[in-house]
Design a protein around this ligand. Structure first.
Ligand SMILES: C[S@@+](CC[C@H](N)C(=O)[O-])C[C@H]1O[C@@H](n2cnc3c(N)ncnc32)[C@H](O)[C@@H]1O
Length: 207
């Protein structure tokens, strides 16, 4: 069953700020500098849509954005955002159910993959992978464990909380880096945040 953050839409951003301050925002804003002008962009799991406003601050117009989000409440909040003069198509469905043309210049998956178990992450990854053009950019950020005890405790607490509230299937981080390696992506930039617990990565599709 796909994770559905509908139940958390009204408090998700506030909760994230209380626990992480601006970290989760900074990790995503870092990635946005890599978006070229006039790009055709796919955003999967954008949550309440604040990322659309941050994108509009950098590119006030010229972008075409397909915004796929499974939670109706998240989509409703996202539609109220200031989109600038960018064209945004909102799709309220699980990405794995959505048929899109394979012509995206940029894909953004902000804290999406931590919702999946290893058995399903490959299917979701491939579904997105085939929509990205050759030489296209995949901007991904997520949590990672680098051996610090508190990271493990925070991660377990988040999984437990979102399992109860939103029914997420994951209870550990799936092996996403392996998916990028197997699909032949080149990592061109990365930055870590919050004691290395959060990582933002820029991949380029080689084939
Ligand atoms: C952890 S939240 C991150 C939200 C946002 N990116 C942020 O950082 O504030 C994950 C988001 O992905 C959405 N989501 C989960 N599975 C999805 C799927 N299969 N297709 C589309 N969206 C999905 C959830 O509804 C939720 O809004």
């Amino acid at each position: 069953m796909p994770a559905n953050y509908n139940n958390s839409a009204c408090f998700y951003d506030r909760l994230s700020r209380v626990v992480y301050g601006k970290t989760l925002i900074n990790a995503q804003v870092y990635l946005l500098q890599f978006i070229p002008p006039d790009a055709n962009i796919l955003i999967v799991g954008g949550g309440t849509g604040w990322i659309l406003e941050e994108i509009a601050k950098i590119h006030a117009s010229g972008l075409t954005i397909t915004y796929v989000e499974i939670a109706p409440q998240m989509i409703a909040l996202s539609k109220k955002r200031n989109l600038g003069n960018n064209q945004v198509n909102f799709v309220n469905d699980a990405i794995e159910n959505v048929n899109l043309s394979p012509d995206f210049d940029v894909v953004i998956t902000p804290f999406l993959f931590d919702n999946f178990v290893d058995e399903t992450v490959g299917k979701v990854f491939n579904h997105i992978h085939i929509k990205l053009k050759k030489n296209g950019m995949w901007l991904n950020c997520d949590f990672q464990l680098t051996g610090k005890w508190w990271q493990w405790i925070l991660l377990k607490s988040m999984f437990l909380f979102f399992r109860i509230i939103c029914g997420i299937e994951a209870s550990k981080l799936p092996a996403v880096k392996r998916q990028f390696d197997q699909a032949g992506y080149n990592l061109i930039s990365q930055k870590t945040f919050f004691g290395d617990f959060v990582i933002s990565e820029v991949f380029v599709k080689a084939q």
